[in-house]
Ligand binder design. Sequence first.
Ligand SMILES: Nc1ncnc2c1ncn2[C@@H]1O[C@H](COP(=O)(O)OP(=O)(O)OP(=O)(O)O)[C@@H](O)[C@H]1O
Ligand SMILES: [Mg+2]
Length: 252
Amino acid sequence: MLITPNRENLNKIVIMNPKGGCGKTTLATNLASFYAVRGPVPAVMDCDPQGSTMSWLGKRPPTCPSIHGIAAYKRNMQATRSWQLRVPGETQTLIVDSPASLNHDDLRELTRDASNILVPVLPSAIDIHAASRCIADLLLVAKIDRRDRKLAVVANRTRKNTKSFDKLMRFLDSLGIPIIAVLRDSQNYVQAAEAGIGICELPPHKVKKDIRQMELIIEWLDGWRDRRRISMNPGTVHHGGNVTSIHKPNFG
Ligand SMILES: Nc1ncnc2c1ncn2[C@@H]1O[C@H](COP(=O)(O)OP(=O)(O)OP(=O)(O)O)[C@@H](O)[C@H]1O
Ligand SMILES: [Mg+2]
């Protein structure tokens, strides 16, 4: 059982979707790199026995801003609370990369105290079906309350103006869950993954379009404190920022 710390100031971002290959690790590593460049040092927790995030971190050039890695999939530790101890006290952002399959207990445990939950979705019929099951589990099993607005979708490897993309949009719209960004199919992600970096660490002229989408994700993630405050005080009227505004990524 995984236990991550429940600290008031910790932005715990959980990335999940039981569909293999939908972009969980790509999203986790790119977010980690973005937060590392912005500072302070973020932590990534790799809960997937494949250890892809940890091997990405192993390739990271020493000259790049640091990221603290936690190989949570290694279950050789005895005390459950030792997971907690391994997230450094000064960590403000913890990104959790999850495995393709999670039982209900692990799903509850992983999402407990999450400030943000991101579900990357590929726009194919099979993937949309899997994503709808994942979202149903988050709502019904993990008891994520949609009103807390901590759950969002990132459409990945998307070609606009395709039937499957429209279908994905309609499906999410019907659930009232925002698509906060649309990542295009790009070799930039593949190259960054191979080099142990994120796209924000590639030459800016190569990644202009991709960076914009990543910034939209960060902007939404950064709203977690306000969203939490509002969900704890539902009567509060809040003007501004990403709290009340509906997040509309630029698909153009
Ligand atoms: N937007 C993208 N453009 C191009 N390639 C991508 C994109 N997103 C992911 N990929 C590639 O697709 C493959 C699968 O992505 P990734 O490993 O992030 O998925 P995953 O959900 O973590 O998979 P698993 O369930 O096996 O852990 C990787 O080779 C990755 O480089
Ligand atoms: Mg992965």
